[in-house]
Design a binder for this molecule. Sequence first.
Ligand code: IPE
Ligand code: IPE
Ligand code: MG
Length: 236
Amino acid sequence: MNIKKRNFPSHIAIIMDGNGRWAKKRGQPKIFGHKEGIKAVYRSLQFALFNNIKVLTLYAFSSENWRRSSIEVENLMFLFEYILKKDIFNLNKYNVKLKILGNKRKLHCTLQKQIKISELLTSKNKGLKLNIAINYGGRQDILYGIKNIINEILSGKLKMSDIKEDTFSSVLSTRFLPPVDLLIRTGGNIRISNFLLWEIAYSELYFTNIFWPDFDNNSFIAAINQFKKRKRNFGK
Ligand code: IPE
Ligand code: IPE
Ligand code: MG
């Protein structure tokens, strides 16, 4: 399971896609795929902890996923809350610092409460930074940041000439995170689906046909090995 640490990505983001098709292939309802997907989350988390990955950012629910059937949305929201309640003490034991990215206001108040408790409990931890994006949209995050900046300008706290790239990074919900080194998408689609936009300007992108519930340590190693082969130029 261990792999050589040279040129290791510090921040890995994952678009965990393919739960529905994984379940369909087995003649099962989508929720079955989502539940199996949670096992893949645990596997990835263990892998990240074992290999000292600094930041893991997982896309769990996009701002567009509200367009799904109400029963699927309810199932997913129930799962998020259930998992947080069940596992936050364990995450804390492993020194994980949890953050939920995305607009929480639209989430059920009991889920919002659980998020607050979980983030607070792990806020001082210095180990793996685990970010889970729920009701997250890259465009919405950018828009929210722009409004923040405009407010600062209108109130005289910020001058137009002071706005740099860093100023903008600092108003996004990912402001406390280092740049994304590697973005992985499972499930076979070659798109970003409104995940991190500004943040992936120079990330290495890795797409695999593997459905998320099948994503295991070997799949993770394959992605990292591919990353290690890439030559990152950053325009040089
Ligand atoms: C990704 O799996 C999980 C979420 C979006 C919550 P999907 O449910 O999108 O699975 P497919 O793409 O239909 O197979
Ligand atoms: C992206 O998957 C969102 C998550 C994995 C949470 P989708 O299944 O929602 O993406 P599209 O609709 O195929 O672009
Ligand atoms: Mg999908």
